[in-house]
Design a protein around this ligand. Structure first.
Ligand code: SAM
Length: 287
């Protein structure tokens, strides 16, 4: 049965029949704009040669579009109350499996081994906004074999995540995401596209995951340490948080910056990725 899952009447009827109601605390704003999910599935790289991991199915509106395009879809959904609804909305798709779990606690490596061994995997999701950054960082930091992550997030979060170094919105998260991937904003989605409608607009972003780490492990640790320290006091010259974090004198911190070809007056938000890489190498080589 091909239910129109973006139709408000269809959603209301499903909810009533299954005694389901929206949970605000789980970020349940479901998509009702019919053009958005096919676009996410397509621009997220869905095709018959790849598998998809989805986070947060809702009533299965995006899951269904992914199932039409991809070889297999595995979705992680926290709300077991959606189980009977999903059995009905996705029952016709033999290539979909739903795991009821909290994605932040789930053993994603195990899921990948059990469900996706040897397959190319893309992640597509309309993320619950209360856990946008932790979910993205978990997917990237765990170095799962993912080729891209295409997710809907709050518009302001999209701008922060995709900001290039030295842009106004750029912060520690922008550098961290850029360490692991090439981020870009695909398209914007207004608040009226959701039920219930949130107080903010959204945007879909795509992160193309890098195959190789740009740095060695010890340099990588230094990179994240320096970024964290620098952005904890972003208005200060980097030399100050750097000397505090590394427990060295300001003179030594200035020498590290000089060795990395960074001017001593630079602030955290002014550095390019390459300058942070150079600084991370210098810090790691001091040990
Ligand atoms: N994909 C659907 C859509 O576009 O209409 C639902 C998107 S809704 C913004 C977010 C979904 O994520 C909800 O179904 C919610 O129950 C689920 N969710 C919230 N927290 C979660 C968590 N920690 N782990 C897995 N799913 C979660």
């Amino acid at each position: 049965m091909d239910l129109r899952l973006t139709d408000i009447g269809v959603i209301r009827e499903l909810f009533e029949r299954h005694g389901f109601s929206f949970s605000k605390s789980l970020g349940q704003n479901f998509l009702i704009n019919p053009s958005v999910c096919p676009k996410i599935a397509q621009m997220g790289g869905g095709n018959e040669n790849v598998c998809a991991l989805e986070i947060g199915t809702g009533v299965g509106v995006l899951t269904k579009e992914l199932a039409k395009l991809c070889k297999r879809v595995v979705a992680v959904e926290i709300d077991k109350g959606l189980e009977p609804i999903l059995a009905e909305t996705l029952g016709d798709f033999g290539n979909v499996e739903i795991i009821f779990a909290d994605v932040l606690k789930a053993d994603l490596h195990r899921i990948f081994e059990e469900k996706f061994a040897g397959e190319e995997v893309v992640v597509c999701a309309n993320l619950p906004y209360y856990i946008t950054s932790p979910v993205i960082m978990k997917l990237l930091e765990e170095r799962l074999p993912i080729s891209s992550i295409t997710v809907m997030v709050q518009k302001e979060a999209a701008e922060r995540i995709c900001a290039a170094p030295a842009e106004r919105e750029c912060g520690a998260l922008s550098y961290a995401v850029r360490y692991y991937s090439e981020p870009r904003i695909l398209f914007r989605v207004n608040r009226g596209s959701f039920m219930p409608s949130p107080n903010v607009d959204s945007a879909v972003i795509r992160l193309d995951v890098k195959r190789e780490s740009p740095l060695r492990q010890d340099e990588e640790q230094a990179f994240f340490r320096v970024i964290r320290a620098g952005f904890s006091r972003r208005r200060k010259q980097l030399v100050n948080p750097l000397s505090d974090e590394l427990k060295i004198t300001k003179q030594q911190a200035a020498e590290l910056l000089e060795k990395s070809k960074i001017k001593p007056s630079a602030r955290a938000e002014e550095l390019t990725m390459e300058q942070y890489f150079a600084l991370a190498r210098s810090v790691a080589s001091e040990k």
